[in-house]
Structure formats: structure tokens, C-alpha cells
Design a protein around this ligand. Structure first.
Ligand code: FES
Length: 331
């Protein structure tokens, strides 16, 4: 029997079928909640269950009352209190056949893959969203779009090479003219269009991709928002697209850029902040982030560290948007 799931503070209600997780049921009903990996790793979907009981297969390290909505199933009617939600149109998601236009190395371990869509077809997405690549073995891999939404006849992906990874092997062999099936859009890590306070964009490695989409989009719209971009990597070469940053700095004088490099010698030679990107955030952010909005993308531990640093400075949870990369098949 289906259970009814309510979102606290709203009149929204949706059904959750037996065996379904709360997140799957919400997405199927066209309600976008914060999430990223859907594998119980990133913690992005954590939310209080304010009424009713749930079963959760793993015991996550979360504050009392919080549950991973991508993992838990209701045992009856339940009320949840996610930090944000919005209605989405499930029929907007489409499978498209894209052709490789260009495939280059942006860094020794990062492929920059440019795809073109067939004439007359357009990719419809919001800056910050992602797609899934459909692989020949039936599995899928998630990547964020790095191009802005108005460049809708093409798709740009930044693919970090993972040793032994199925798409890593494939992407290194892709030649111009090859085709890939992709499905989009996915993801809920997008900016609040009504927000106007200072924006902090925090990227780890190829977490730069969705931030590039966001900042290209804002630059095109002539945004005057104060923006700080922190981009962290192990070496200076990990910050693989300096031309994009230089272009924003020319167009957008109020953009502040803080590159953060963990290798001490490299950081000194390149004039970068030495240390992890969350440490750079602590060093450069004001004591209060209460009026800010943060968009953070990278590996789960980095996202967790940045979330913690922002929470300590008073950032409201609903204004922390994140996309945590978990390698392997998309869930
Ligand atoms: S832990 Fe649920 S979406 Fe990542």
C-alpha cells in the first residue's frame, strides 16, 4: 500500500510506493529535493522526518532526527522537512544522441569533451544541472554541463580520469564524429534566482564544470552580484581552465578569484593559496555568511568540509547548494 508523504510547511503531498525511497518517490512525483549521489554517500539529501517512522538500511552519521531521503523508506505516512524543494516537470527529461565535436586534454587527467546535438534538437537545463551518459553495458555516469544553458545546441563535459573507470576508458578513445547517448536534465543544485546577496562558488577539481556553467550564464545576463570563486586542486595543473577565469575577470570586475593548491611548492610557484579549498574559504570568508549563497561542487569530503565551514559562519542551510561527485555508476 502506498504511503502519503507531506512536505512540512507546504500543502504538497505525494505517494510513496512499497520499496521506494522517499527521494525516488518525490522525484517521480515531480518534486525536486536537494540530492546528489543517490547512493547514501554525499549527505546532500539529509532532512528531518518530523512525523511518522522510516526504515534506513545504513546508519548514517547524522544529527538526531535527520535521515538520508535517498536511502530511507516510510513505514507509514510521513512528514519531511527538506531545506528546499521545488516543482519540476518529469517529462522535461529527454534522451538525446550527441556527436563528439572535440575531445581534448585540459589537464593530464581531465578530458574536455564537446558534444553537438543534431540539428533542431536543444538541451534544456538550468545552470548547475547534470546529465547521465548511457554506456554500452547499460550503466550510466553523471556529469555536470559546463556550458551555459543558452548554448543549447551543444554540451561540454569535464571528465576526470578515474583509474579503471568505464567512462574514463571510453572517453580517452572517443574521436570526433563518435556518438553518445545522454539523458538530461538531472540535479537540484541550482541557484536561487531571487537571491541577490554575495555568492561564493567553491569547486574542487572538475567540480569547476557546473560553476563554469553558472558563471558563464551570470556573466551573459550582466549580473552585478558580488562573486568569489574558490577553486582547489592538488597541483596548479589541477586548475585546468585558467582562460575561463581570466575571461570572467575581464568582463566582471567584481569577481574575486582564490585559487587553492595543496602542493606547497606548486602553490608558491603559482602564487596560489596553499591548502585545501575549505581552508581557503575559512581564510577569505567574512565572519558571517548569513546573507550569502554558496554553491559547492567536488568530492563528498570536500563538500562536507565546506558545508561545515559555512554553517559555522551562519549560512542558512537552504542557501548551501552542492553537487558531490561520487565515481561509479549513476544511481
Ligand atoms: S546521500 Fe542521498 S543523495 Fe547523496
Amino acid at each position: 500500500m502506498d504511503h502519503q508523504i507531506r512536505i512540512a510547511g507546504s500543502d504538497l503531498q505525494f505517494a510513496c510506493a512499497p520499496g521506494q525511497t522517499l527521494l525516488d518517490a518525490a522525484l517521480r512525483a515531480g518534486i525536486e529535493l536537494p540530492y546528489s549521489c543517490r547512493k547514501g554517500v554525499c549527505g546532500n539529501c539529509a532532512a528531518p522526518v518530523t512525523a511518522g517512522e522510516v526504515r534506513e538500511p545504513v546508519a548514517p552519521d547524522l544529527p538526531p532526527g535527520q535521515h538520508l531521503l535517498c536511502q530511507c523508506q516510510p513505514l507509514g505516512d510521513v512528514t519531511i522537512a527538506p531545506s528546499s524543494w521545488r516543482r519540476a516537470d518529469p517529462s522535461a527529461r529527454k534522451v538525446l544522441t550527441a556527436k563528439v565535436f572535440r575531445n581534448t586534454l585540459a589537464a593530464p587527467d581531465v578530458s574536455l569533451l564537446q558534444l553537438r546535438l543534431p540539428a533542431g534538437q536543444r538541451a534544456r537545463f538550468v545552470a548547475g544541472q547534470s546529465l547521465q551518459v548511457l554506456l554500452p553495458d547499460g550503466s550510466r555516469r553523471s556529469y555536470s554541463m559546463a556550458n551555459p544553458p543558452h548554448e543549447s545546441d551543444s554540451l561540454q563535459l569535464h571528465v576526470r580520469h578515474v583509474p579503471g573507470g568505464a567512462f574514463t576508458t571510453l572517453v580517452q578513445q572517443l574521436q570526433p564524429g563518435a556518438t553518445l547517448q545522454v539523458e538530461l536534465p538531472y540535479g537540484s543544485a541550482t541557484l536561487d534566482p531571487a537571491a541577490s546577496g554575495p555568492l561564493w562558488c567553491v569547486a574542487g577539481g572538475t567540480g569547476f564544470a557546473p560553476i563554469k556553467s553558472l558563471l558563464d550564464d551570470m556573466a551573459r545576463k550582466g549580473s552585478t552580484r558580488p562573486v568569489t570563486l574558490l577553486w582547489g586542486g592538488r597541483t596548479a595543473a589541477s586548475l585546468y581552465l585558467p582562460a575561463a577565469v581570466e575571461r570572467w575577470q575581464r568582463l566582471w570586475p567584481q569577481l574575486r578569484y582564490v585559487p587553492a593548491v595543496e602542493d606547497a611548492a606548486d602553490a608558491q610557484a603559482a602564487g596560489c593559496f596553499h591548502g585545501r579549498v575549505d581552508v581557503a574559504l575559512r581564510a577569505h570568508a567574512p565572519d558571517s555568511l548569513a546573507d550569502a549563497e554558496v554553491y559547492c561542487c567536488g568530492a563528498p569530503p570536500m563538500v562536507a568540509a565546506v558545508r561545515q565551514a559555512c554553517a559555522e559562519r551562519g549560512l542558512p542551510p537552504a542557501r548551501f547548494h552542492s553537487d558531490a561527485f561520487v565515481s561509479g555508476p549513476a544511481a
